[in-house]
Design a protein around this ligand. Structure first.
Ligand code: EPU
Length: 422
């Protein structure tokens, strides 16, 4: 198995380009199922979760082509299978995003139940509740969600919790439903806005995306289009936290600062100087970071997907910080690994107290989920000596060329194969 080996202590210097957003690319790829015409996507990040989604679409019968590293086309004019199998759904929970498009266009969808995952239980009850409200007949049998509807019918929908992929599934389903759907308590994430913008280019009638009340008027048919995926605000935020920890000067290119204001505000409190320049972030850090308290919230609050990276930074910051995780009940698996590197973190329910220490010391640690992996990379970049991160397939699910981008910034990091596993 592959691992990352990092020798800590280098400051980060230079330019880094941000890739397309994973969490926009996944629903947008699935939206290709809504039309028989071709969708051409650019700035698609080259990541494991994207490959899994392309594999799933191909199994359903879409023709997917890669044109270069970051361009993908999807044509779904010959869908012959309406079932998302357990093997793919267990590899990637976002596979649930085919449920809405298949159901609304073909009148049926069978998707394996995702089950729990490392960061929490993550049920899909709200996806089911809201698609049922649109008139689908949904049952769960033999571990599959089986949904059928001759024609979905628009209505007023209010998920009990704010859910990102749930909102995306409802929007996609409502685009081809009869009449008007209003989603109250909708998620407002920029990735939902990006999906909606693409659906509008396909002929959908959507208003209010980016707010918690989205109105969709169903249309008979959607058509092909091309779309550039928006920049990954979590990847940009991860580089900001890395800089805050190591010090140095970096220019984060192709970011969209307006989608990550909560992260920028927080990182400034840690001592990083951040200036915006035409979509780029010019960032410098020249001292030991200050501890920053973190409370995760739905957008526009501070993203749960940034919690682990801020925790890594707090490990070596001056002072003590409190971190409160409000979105997922078990998103602290990185804590014991950070403590193995010498951090001083204690957990009490959904909050963690981080007492900043003067230094971390390199060790072998295990990545447990995607953002946990990113936090270990940040810790490894500042730890004394060598840090080896195992199970980095978690990192590869959501970061494009993380170690190559860090090498370009001067970090001493490399990917290696652990021969002991073979
Ligand atoms: N929830 C329910 N029932 C549902 C759906 C959600 O109880 O039917 C709960 C969840 O258990 C959780 C909360 O609602 O406690 C929010 O979950 P949400 O549905 O918003 O999460 P998601 O859509 O499964 C997306 C991202 C995650 C990100 C979360 C929160 C994608 C593909 N995934 O997941 O990204 O953490 O929103 O912002 O968009 C990551 O990139 O590392 C990642 C985990």
């Amino acid at each position: 198995m592959e691992e990352l080996q990092i020798i800590g202590g280098s400051k980060l210097e230079g330019d880094v380009s941000i890739s397309g957003a994973k969490n926009a690319a996944l629903p947008i790829l699935c939206a290709g199922l809504l039309t028989s015409e071709t969708i051409l996507l650019t700035n698609v990040p080259d990541l494991h979760d994207v490959s899994t989604t392309i594999k799933l679409l191909s199994q359903l019968g879409s023709v997917t082509r890669k044109h270069g590293q970051n361009e993908v086309s999807i044509t779904s004019n010959n869908i012959e299978n309406l079932k998302a199998p357990y093997e793919l759904v267990k590899a990637m929970r976002a596979s649930i995003l085919v449920l809405g498009p298949l159901l609304t266009r073909f009148g049926e969808a069978i998707v394996s139940m995702p089950g729990g995952c490392a960061i929490g239980q993550r049920p899909v009850d709200q996806h089911i509740k809201c698609l049922s409200a649109l008139g689908a007949d949904i049952k769960i049998e033999h571990g599959f969600v089986i949904a059928r509807a001759k024609k979905l019918k628009g209505t007023l929908i209010r998920p009990d919790v704010i859910t990102v992929t749930g909102t995306e599934n409802i929007i996609m389903a409502a685009t081809l439903a009869e009449g008007e759907t209003i989603i109250e308590n909708a998620a407002c994430e920029p990735e939902i806005v990006d999906l909606s913008n693409m659906l509008i280019k396909m002929g959908a009638n959507i208003k209010g995306h980016g707010t918690n009340r989205i109105i969709i008027k169903g249309v008979d048919k959607l058509h092909g289009t091309s779309h550039r995926i928006l920049p990954d605000r979590i990847e940009a935020g991860t580089f900001l936290c890395a800089l805050a920890a190591t010090g140095g000067n970096i220019r984060i290119k192709d970011a969209n600062p307006y989608n990550m204001l909560a992260t920028i505000d927080k990182i400034r409190l840690s001592g990083v100087n951040v200036k915006q320049d035409n979509g780029n972030l010019i960032c410098s850090m020249s001292k030991r970071p200050e501890s920053v308290d973190v409370i995760t919230r739905e957008y526009p609050g501070l993203a749960t997907d940034m919690q682990a990276q801020f925790m890594a930074l707090n490990c070596i910051a001056r002072g003590t910080s409190i971190i409160v995780e409000n979105i997922f009940e078990n998103r602290y698996l990185h804590v014991q690994e950070l403590n193995r590197l010498g951090a001083n973190i204690t957990i009490n329910g959904n909050s963690a107290t981080v007492h900043g220490v003067d230094f971390l010391s390199g060790a072998t640690v295990k990545a447990t989920d995607l953002r946990a992996s990113a936090s270990l990379v940040i810790a490894g970049l500042v730890a004394q000596g060598k840090t080896t991160i195992e199970q980095i397939y978690h990192l590869d699910r959501g970061y494009e060329n993380m170690e190559l981008k860090l090498q370009k910034l001067g970090a001493n990091i490399k990917r290696a194969t652990n021969r002991n596993d073979e």
